[in-house]
Design a protein around this ligand. Structure first.
Ligand code: HEC
Length: 228
């Protein structure tokens, strides 16, 4: 066993040896632009203009520059109103924009996207009875429940006569920008897919309002089991 004073000195020496590193680590981890000694510059000092400050380079002295007049963000051009807004000369378009083609695969794509994004509220067949609506109705029915007294706007039936009158371009626009209480899906669904969904909505509407005349003659005999 070494003498006590030796253990004491060894302990002090160990602490003293670690201390400088601890101080350096602490200072490095604390941001402070006014720190006197900058061993590592880390691009702390560089010429720049901060937001809301003056910039004498410009006549109006604003360092936050307004967008150049007439500038259009790439990929956000609204020049092709048919493709981007669903309108042709100010009216709702009745057909697909020229860059898209109405094929089986396109409508199937629309069906898949509809089932992902719309069926939760509107239901797979579009009658507005999706699972979200069912859940909301159940919650509303509980007068002591957590949402008692609130109002629920049910997703509209896509087979409502007024909705069936919507042109393709308007359906596209509703999917893009929403309507009244329904939110838009521009942020989640690509433009092409929103057109595919609009086409599928029309196919769905047609499917629920079809007559025997819509079935090719050679297939009509298969309908004999169904009503009308
Ligand atoms: C979160 C629930 C919800 C989702 C998801 C949803 N909708 Fe809706 N939708 C609504 C509600 C609610 C309304 C009725 C809005 C109102 O009347 O205020 C509505 C209305 C509509 C209408 C009728 C507009 C009119 O003229 O009255 C169409 C068409 C429509 N939605 C299509 C879609 C399509 C296509 C999708 C998928 C991209 C979709 N919705 C996704 C809730 C939803």
């Amino acid at each position: 066993m070494p003498p006590r004073w030796l253990i004491f000195i060894a302990l002090l020496a160990t602490i003293a040896a670690v201390l400088p590193f601890a101080i350096v680590a602490r200072v490095r981890a604390t941001p402070d632009a006014n720190r006197g000694v900058h061993i590592f510059q880390d691009m702390v000092f560089q010429p720049k203009f901060k937001t809301q400050t003056k910039n004498p380079l410009f006549a109006d002295q604003r360092s936050m520059r307004p967008a150049v007049l007439g500038a259009v963000a790439r990929d956000e051009t609204y020049i092709d109103a048919h493709y981007w807004d669903g309108t042709v000369q100010g009216e709702w378009a009745e057909s697909l924009p020229s860059q898209l083609q109405l094929t089986d695969a396109f409508i199937k794509r629309g069906q898949e996207r509809f089932n992902i994004y719309c069926s939760a509220c509107h239901g797979f067949s579009g009658y507005g009875n999706g699972i979200v609506n069912q859940r909301a109705m159940a919650l509303m029915a509980d007068t002591n429940g957590p949402v008692a007294g609130t109002r629920w706007v049910a997703a509209k039936s896509l087979h409502d006569p007024l909705v069936r009158e919507h042109r393709l371009g308007m359906l596209f626009n509703i999917v893009s920008n929403g309507i009244r209480n329904m939110a838009g899906y521009q942020g989640q669904i690509t433009t092409d897919d929103r057109w595919a969904i609009a086409c599928y909505v029309q196919a769905l509407q047609r499917s629920q309002n079809a007559s025997t005349q819509d079935v090719p003659p050679e297939l009509r005999k298969d309908l004999s089991l169904l009503k009308n």
